[in-house]
Design a protein around this ligand. Structure first.
Ligand code: PEP
Ligand code: CO
Length: 450
C-alpha cells in the first residue's frame, strides 16, 4: 500500500485533521459506546466485499453497469419490514429495466443498511434567532429543532448498527429466498407505480421477460437449475463519515490478514471530506473494500491523480470509483479534463454519475428540491462525455424512495412547485419517488442502448 503500509492502522486517522465529526458532549460515553461496537459482529464479510470488487472490475471495463441508490439519509422513524421490501422492489425493478434495455448485468448497490450520517455545509442552524447544532443524521442526533434533539448522542451509533443489522438480515432473506426470483418480476411493480404510464410500460416489459423465460424452458433449458435467475446480490454502501463508528467495525480478515470495514460492502468519501491529508482519505486508504470518492465541481485534475495515488496505489481495477456530481449545467465542461487526465495516466477507476447533488436548489416555497430534467440532463452529459473520450460510463448514483413523495420537480407526473408541500418527507435531500425512479430507469436504459 505505497509508503502508507507501515503507518496505517484502523485508528491512524486520529493523528490527522478529520472534517465533519460531531461534537460529542461526553468523551467517556463515546469511548464506551465505541467499545460496545468493537465487540459486535461484523455486518458484512470480507469475501462479500471481494465479490463486489470483482463486479466493479467488470463495470470498469464496460461489462456491467452500477445502480447505486437509496435514501439520502436513512431514518430511525421510517423503519419497517414493508418499507425494506418496497425499497428492494424499486431497486430490483429499475435494475431489470436497465438490464433488459442494455443487455448488461446490473450491479445493485443500496444506499442502505448504514446510511445514517450526513456531512453539513454549516455546523449550526439558525431559526428565529435561535442557534443550534445542525442535524447530522440519525446516527448522531435528531432533526427536530430543539436543544435536546440536536445534542449528539453516542447511543445512536449503536442504534444505527442495530437498524443496519435488521435491515441487512431482511435484505438477505428477500434477495436469496425467492422474492428476487425473475419469475416474480410482476410483483416488484408496487401499486403506486403500476397505475402510472411508466408502470404500464414496465408491465409490458415484464410480459416479454415471461415469454422469454417460457421460450427458453420450451427449448429445454433447465431454468430451475440456474441460481442467477432466482437470487440476486444487493450490496450495501454508505458514506464513511463518522470515523469512530467505521473504525469500530473494521476487522482483520482471517483468510488474508487484510483489513476490511465490515459496516458495508462499499464505503464512499463525500465531496466535503476528500481532503488529501484528511482523516477520511487516511482511513479508507487502508481498508481493502471497494471504495468511492465523490467529486464535485471544485476538484482539479491534480486532486484526482493524488486521490488515486493515496486510495489505489497498486492501481487495482475495481478498487476505486469516482462518483462525479457536477450539476447538469457544468458537467460537459467540468468532466472532460478530469476524465482525460485519469485516462492518459492509465489509472484504473470506475466512473459513476451522481446527478442529484449538483442539482439541488430551494423552491420558491423554501423546499430543497431538484428538477427531474436536470437529473436526466446530467446523466445525458455524463454519457456524452464518456462517449467522446472513449471511457466507460460505469453507472448512476441516485437518491430515491419507494414512497409516493413530492420532493423532486417534474417527471411525467409533472410535480410542480405548488405540489412540494403535499408529501415532502425527506430527512435531508429531496428524493425521486417510485414513479420518477422507474421513469428514469427507462430513460437511462435508452441511453445505454444508444
Ligand atoms: C450525499 O451523497 O448525500 C452527499 C452529501 O453527497 P456529496 O458528498 O456529493 O455532497
Ligand atoms: Co444527499
Amino acid at each position: 500500500m505505497g509508503d502508507m503500509t507501515s503507518t496505517w492502522s484502523p485508528g491512524s486517522w486520529r493523528d490527522v485533521e478529520t472534517a465533519q465529526q460531531p461534537e460529542w458532549p461526553d468523551d467517556a460515553h463515546l469511548g464506551s459506546t465505541l467499545e460496545t461496537l468493537r465487540a459486535l459482529p461484523p455486518l458484512v464479510f470480507a469475501g462479500e466485499a471481494r465479490r463486489l470488487k470483482e463486479a466493479m472490475t467488470k463495470v470498469s471495463r464496460g461489462e456491467a453497469f452500477v445502480l447505486q441508490a437509496g435514501d439520502c439519509a436513512e431514518s430511525f422513524g421510517d423503519f419497517s419490514a414493508d418499507g425494506i421490501r418496497d425499497k428492494l422492489k424499486i431497486i430490483l425493478q429499475m435494475a431489470v429495466v436497465l438490464t433488459y434495455a442494455s443487455g448488461l448485468p446490473v450491479v445493485k448497490i443500496g444506499r442502505i443498511a448504514g446510511q445514517f450520517a450526513k456531512p453539513r455545509s454549516s455546523a449550526s442552524e439558525t431559526l428565529d434567532d435561535k442557534v443550534l447544532p445542525s442535524f447530522r443524521g440519525h446516527a448522531v442526533n435528531d432533526a427536530a429543532f430543539d436543544e435536546a434533539s440536536r445534542r449528539a448522542d453516542p447511543d445512536r451509533l449503536v442504534r444505527a448498527y442495530q437498524q443496519s443489522a435488521s435491515t441487512l438480515n431482511l435484505i438477505r432473506a428477500f434477495t436469496k429466498g425467492g422474492f428476487a426470483d425473475l419469475n416474480q418480476v410482476h410483483m416488484w411493480n408496487q401499486e403506486f407505480v403500476a397505475e402510472s404510464r411508466q408502470g404500464r410500460r414496465y408491465e409490458a416489459m415484464a410480459r416479454e421477460i415471461d415469454r422469454a423465460l417460457r421460450f427458453m424452458g420450451a427449448c429445454g433449458v433447465d431454468l430451475s437449475a440456474d441460481s442467477s435467475l432466482h437470487e440476486v446480490d444487493l450490496y450495501t454502501s454508505h458514506e464513511a463519515l463518522i470515523l469512530g463508528y467505521e473504525e469500530a467495525l473494521t476487522r482483520q480478515d482471517s483468510l488474508t490478514g487484510d483489513w476490511y470495514d465490515c459496516s458495508a460492502h462499499m464505503l464512499w468519501i463525500g465531496d466535503r471530506t476528500r481532503q488529501l491529508q484528511g482523516g477520511h482519505v487516511e482511513f479508507l486508504s487502508g481498508v481493502e473494500n471497494p471504495i468511492a470518492c465523490k467529486i464535485g465541481p471544485s476538484a482539479t485534475t491534480a486532486d484526482l491523480l493524488a486521490l488515486c495515488e493515496r486510495l489505489n496505489p497498486r492501481n487495482e481495477p475495481g478498487r476505486l470509483a469516482f462518483i462525479t456530481r457536477m450539476g447538469s449545467g457544468s458537467i460537459e465542461e467540468a468532466l472532460p479534463p478530469l476524465v482525460r487526465a485519469v485516462r492518459d495516466s492509465e489509472i484504473e477507476v470506475t466512473w459513476i454519475c451522481d446527478p442529484m447533488h449538483g442539482n439541488t436548489f430551494s423552491s420558491s416555497g423554501g423546499y430543497k428540491t431538484r428538477r427531474f430534467d436536470d437529473i436526466l440532463g446530467e446523466i445525458k452529459g455524463f454519457f456524452a462525455v464518456h462517449q467522446r473520450e472513449g471511457t466507460v460510463p460505469g453507472g448512476v448514483h441516485l437518491e430515491l424512495t419507494h414512497h409516493a413523495v413530492t420532493e423532486c420537480l417534474g417527471g411525467s407526473e409533472e410535480i410542480l412547485d405548488t405540489h412540494l408541500s403535499e408529501r415532502y418527507q425527506a430527512l435531508c435531500d429531496p428524493r425521486l419517488n417510485a414513479r420518477q425512479s422507474v421513469d428514469l430507469a427507462f430513460q437511462v436504459g435508452e441511453m445505454l442502448q444508444g
